[in-house]
Design a protein around this ligand. Structure first.
Ligand code: ZN
Length: 92
């Protein structure tokens, strides 16, 4: 009797995109897709962690995004750009 089992064949390596958008049906679009569409999970998969991404296009986009300083909008307007109040109209 031999327990010398062979390793099961590994599934073909699928490219791992960076998950980007999820539609109402739970289908995930990749960061590198120019327009949102569901990833074909037979051929690829997706991750939410940047360091698990193997798709070169997604990686390039992630790195480009990380290099951009202060890309996030804070939601606060700059101080000192207050507009003057609208002129007149309420007298009388
Ligand atoms: Zn990708």
């Amino acid at each position: 009797m031999s327990d010398d089992m062979e390793c099961p064949p590994l599934p073909p390596t699928r490219v791992r995109h960076r998950g980007h958008k999820i539609d109402m049906k739970g289908r995930v679009s990749a960061l590198c897709f120019s327009r949102p569409r569901a990833i074909d999970l037979q051929r690829a998969t997706w991750v939410m962690r940047d360091d698990g991404v193997t798709c070169p296009k997604c990686r390039a986009l992630i790195e480009a995004r990380n290099k951009t300083p202060n890309a996030e909008v804070t939601g606060k307007p700059d101080v000192g750009t207050e507009l003057p109040p609208p002129a007149g109209g309420l007298s009388g």
